[in-house]
Design a protein around this ligand. Structure first.
Ligand code: UDP
Ligand code: MN
Length: 297
């Protein structure tokens, strides 16, 4: 399953993965039909990735929203674990978006790392908080974040890092395989199917189901992604529609139309409820238990 056609090998020597070894994981798919690497533990050289990022003197942005009760519940652990595992040794700027800047915890940061807090308006419905992120990110990428970062990863806050999450995860545009769905047949994937929605995928469309809890890329690529998704979300709202999985549905539509340059295996955003699996060798980011009754009004 994981064997890569030789013609694709050149493309697989992609940025920040060092020399890739797709054959090191013959039991999983390690490249897409369009030649993008699917990054699994063992297929990349973390030291080479680190060195390449250091040579390029990168600044890496990490954006996270912590609105309402998500702030107290998740933000501190997210940031503390990021200090231990996220892009260690690189220049990092955290962007925390919240309606209560004064409540952001003071997490001690390593050298070369800083945290910026951006105020956002709290939307009433949790679905709107989630969806509004695309518009807010688009504006931030057009402002200071876009000027100071080369690459940006955009993440949910209800998770924490558990192992090294380094520059091997960077690329021109990066999508995350959804832990629940990476083994499902394509026709069963939970894409938006209502053809009236801007996020709709027709029968036979869709490559993989991507998780909106992690996506990233260059500033230019993310400007395009967030503009596309924000536009689709607005258009749906004007028509009284809401896609099945909100912003995630629009993200999946975007990546169907604009194939990601790199795909992260579910090791990069794993759901511990799924238990131990032989293909998940090294989970790097773990979902927190969903406690919606406590978090959502
Ligand atoms: N979020 C938030 N406050 C809310 C709802 C959402 O801060 O009231 C942010 C937070 O970063 C969260 C993300 O939006 O991780 C997506 O929402 P959630 O994690 O609840 O969605 P799920 O992962 O269950 O699809
Ligand atoms: Mn989440």
């Amino acid at each position: 399953m994981g064997v890569c056609p030789p013609a694709r090998m050149a493309q697989l020597r992609d940025n920040f993965t060092g020399l890739l070894h797709p054959w090191a994981r013959p039991e999983v798919l390690t490249c897409t039909s369009w030649g993008a690497p699917i990054v699994w533990d063992g297929t990349f050289d973390p030291d080479a990735a680190r060195q390449q990022a250091t040579r390029q003197n990168l600044t890496i942005g990490l954006t996270v929203f912590a609105v309402g009760r998500y702030l107290e519940k998740y933000l501190e652990r997210f940031l503390e674990s990021a200090e231990q595992h996220f892009m260690v040794g690189q220049r990092v700027v955290y962007y925390v978006f919240t309606e209560r800047p004064a409540a952001v915890p003071h997490v001690p940061l390593g050298p070369g790392r800083m945290l910026r807090v951006e105020r956002v308006v709290r939307e009433r419905r949790w679905q709107d908080v989630s969806m509004q992120r695309m518009h807010t990110l688009h504006e931030a990428l057009g402002g200071r974040l876009g000027r100071e970062a080369h690459f940006v990863l955009c993440m949910d806050v209800d998770q924490h890092f558990s192992a090294a999450f380094g520059p091997e995860a960077l690329g021109e545009s990066v999508a995350q395989l959804h832990a629940w769905h990476y083994r499902w047949p394509r026709r069963l994937l939970p894409f938006e199917r209502d053809s009236r929605s801007a996020a709709a995928l027709g029968p036979g469309e869709g490559d993989f189901y991507y998780h909106a809890a992690v996506f990233g890329g260059s500033v230019a690529a993310l400007r395009g992604l967030t503009a596309h998704c924000a536009r689709g979300l607005r258009r749906d709202r004007e028509r009284g529609l809401e896609a099945r999985w909100h912003d995630e549905s629009h993200l999946n539509k975007f990546f169907w139309l604009h194939k990601p340059a790199k795909v992260l295996s579910p090791e990069f955003c794993w759901c511990p409820d799924l238990g131990r699996r032989p293909d998940i060798r090294c989970p790097r980011l773990l979902w927190a238990p969903k406690e919606y009754a406590e978090l959502r009004d």
